[in-house]
Design a protein around this ligand. Structure first.
Ligand code: PEP
Ligand code: MG
Length: 592
């Protein structure tokens, strides 16, 4: 039977595919298809892993001290029994043979099937056995990962080896939550859409999905409980609806929409290399937001005239204690700079903390581990200033990359005037250290992100110390309205049109322009066509967004005349319902 699940639309378009249910903790398990010739090899890997885990468990049992409680031996027996049970290993082989999943993926797919069966059991004792199955699978996965390290010829990351193996069936990912760090893995994967139970419109997870330009729905609460492994899904990323097992008529209607949006995308793509100039001749700079140096090529391809935001924290995720040192960071920044072929690259110093912890964590874990509101805690520049050695190391790495092209440094979440001095001192010391070491670097502009209302209110004072500002509307909205951007329960109150938000934006843009300083917007609003004309009317001439949004925004810029809306700006800003006031003003424009 067809059911619908509602959530928050975060990335547009329609995806149609089979559901792959993945537990949050296993999103980073490698997901790739194996060729026909590799199927038996993959099954052999699974068998070897099972034998190794069996030997490990037998060993543990043998070494139990005589005084150990009897339950321990019984538990190991249960694990051994599960390990040899057909419903685990037999069915896992089925996923490999029929779907051509790699062993790790097949195992986690089967775990999801079993976990659900356990959840539905009446008997509480049997229900609790789910934890045992999970532990056994965990051991098997660990064994598979270790053994694939020993055999480096095996693909170890989520790559798509052959679309043919998916046949007609594209795949969509369904999870309770996907941590931002896991999204990086997801970036290289085979999924064509995704659905999560938690998350808000501008949660970092949603942002990464958006940057991949694949349809996504977050905050769909019950999705991972209602959807079953292998169900057919339609993800309507425009309406925020997921249709589970749609009827043939509904499916056909969505296939039609999918073709329409592919055509629209192809049409917009033709604008790629057209300069963004308004009807009244105002040049507008359209820049890209990237997460990894490898994204730079795509940004260039999409027609970006530079990188307006390189979220460097993604280099630091999934690393445990092994954080990237100066040389490794330098290489990453240099690669992005070289890939941009002389166009400017704005590198933001790490914005860790809040929903981007260094370790992989789900939203729930985050709230538990980091207090009730990590967004108000040790995040971004606060974190960097609390780790001065790491901060200087990052500044040195960025400065060194400036020898290869135009680089700008951007400091996230500046809020205190008192933060300016230590930032400038750290930069001066980093330069001195490079001079002492005889390392080359070039002139680098220093910018601040305006994403805390305090910075917007005191913008003129902050701008005495910075060459430019970039407005992070995602956080500016969160902090102005006191709405956690990752919390789906208050997502309906997260309102970019709020008059207070618009006022702060206008004030920041106007002040920077009057002081002759650069100003850009790099939050989601910059990539949303609903705001293009309004931001232009406020005086904004630099927008930074996901590369996938550049063509659509460019089309809007090409059709805008900044003079026409200027006369209506005060009225829109003074309105209690600015969105309606703007539509009226734009309609009036066409009536004349
Ligand atoms: C923002 O806050 O708008 C922004 C661009 O930064 P991030 O989304 O990485 O917090
Ligand atoms: Mg931010």
């Amino acid at each position: 039977m067809s059911i619908q699940v509602f959530g928050i639309p975060v990335s547009r378009g329609v995806a149609i595919g089979r559901a792959v249910l993945v537990a949050s903790s296993r999103v980073d398990v490698a997901h790739y298809f194996v060729g026909v010739e590799r199927v038996e090899h993959e099954i052999a890997r699974l068998r070897d892993a099972r034998d190794a885990v069996a030997a490990e468990l037998e060993g543990l049992k043998r070494e139990l001290p005589p005084e150990a409680p009897h339950e321990l031996a019984a538990l190991l027996d249960v694990h051994l029994m599960l390990l040899h049970d057909e419903s685990l290993t037999g069915a896992t082989k089925g996923w490999i043979r029929e779907r051509h999943y790699n062993a790790e993926w097949a195992l986690s797919a089967q775990l999801e099937v079993l976990a659900r069966q356990f959840d539905e059991m009446e008997d509480a004792y049997l229900r609790e056995r789910k934890a045992d199955v999970e532990q056994v699978v965990e051991r098997l996965l660990r064994e598979l990962v270790t053994s694939s390290r020993a055999t480096p010829s095996l693909p170890t990351q989520a790559t798509q080896t052959a679309r043919d193996f998916a046949g007609e069936d594209p795949l969509v990912l369904v999870a309770n939550d996907v941590a931002p760090a896991d999204m990086l893995q997801f970036k290289r994967s085979v999924f064509t859409g995704f659905v999560t139970d938690v998350g808000g419109r501008t949660s970092h997870t949603a942002i990464v999905a958006h940057s991949m330009d694949i349809p996504a729905v977050v905050g769909a609460r019950e999705a991972s409980r209602l959807i079953r492994q292998d169900d057919w899904l339609v993800i309507d990323g425009d309406a925020g609806v997921v249709i589970v097992n749609p009827s043939p008529i509904v499916l056909e209607e969505y296939r039609f929409r999918q073709r329409q949006s592919d055509l629209e995308r192809a049409r917009l793509n033709r604008l790629r290399h057209t300069p963004a100039i308004t009807l009244d001749g105002q040049p507008v700079e359209l820049l890209a937001n990237i997460e990894l140096p490898g994204d730079a090529a795509g940004a260039l391809e999409a027609g970006a005239v530079g990188v307006g935001l390189f979220r460097s924290e993604f280099l630091f995720m999934n690393r445990g204690d092994d954080l990237p040192g100066e040389d490794e960071q330098f290489e990453a920044y240099r690669d992005a700079v070289v890939a941009m072929k002389g166009l400017p690259v704005t590198i933001r110093t790490v914005d860790v903390g809040a929903d981007k912890p260094l370790e992989r964590m789900s939203q729930q874990e985050l709230r538990h581990e980091h207090g009730l509101n990590p967004a108000l805690g040790l995040r971004a520049i606060r974190w960097s200033l609390s780790e001065p050695g790491m901060f200087r190391q990052q500044l040195r790495a960025i400065l060194r990359a400036s020898a290869y092209g135009k680089v700008r440094i951007l400091i996230p979440m500046v809020a205190q005037l008192g933060e300016v001095k230590p930032i400038l001192e750290a930069l001066a010391r980093a330069r001195q250290q490079l001079d002492d070491a005889g390392r080359a670097y070039d002139r680098v502009e220093l910018g601040a992100m305006v994403e805390v209302p305090a910075a917007a209110v005191l913008i003129a004072r902050f701008l005495r110390h910075f060459d430019f500002v970039s407005i992070g509307t995602n956080d500016l909205i969160q902090y102005t309205l006191a709405i956690d951007r990752a919390d789906e329960s208050v997502a309906h109150l997260y309102d970019p049109w709020h008059p207070a938000v618009l006022q702060l934006l206008h004030q920041t843009i106007a002040c920077a322009n009057s002081m002759g300083r650069g100003v850009s917007v790099c939050g989601e609003m910059a990539g949303d066509t609903a705001f293009t004309e309004l931001l232009l009317a406020m005086g904004l001439r630099s927008f930074s967004m996901h590369p996938a949004r550049i063509s659509a925004i460019k089309q809007r810029v090409l059709r805008s005349d900044t003079r026409q809306l200027a006369g209506h700006l005060e009225q829109v800003l003074a309105s209690d319902t600015p969105a309606q006031a703007l539509s009226r003003a734009l309609l009036g424009r066409f009536a004349h």
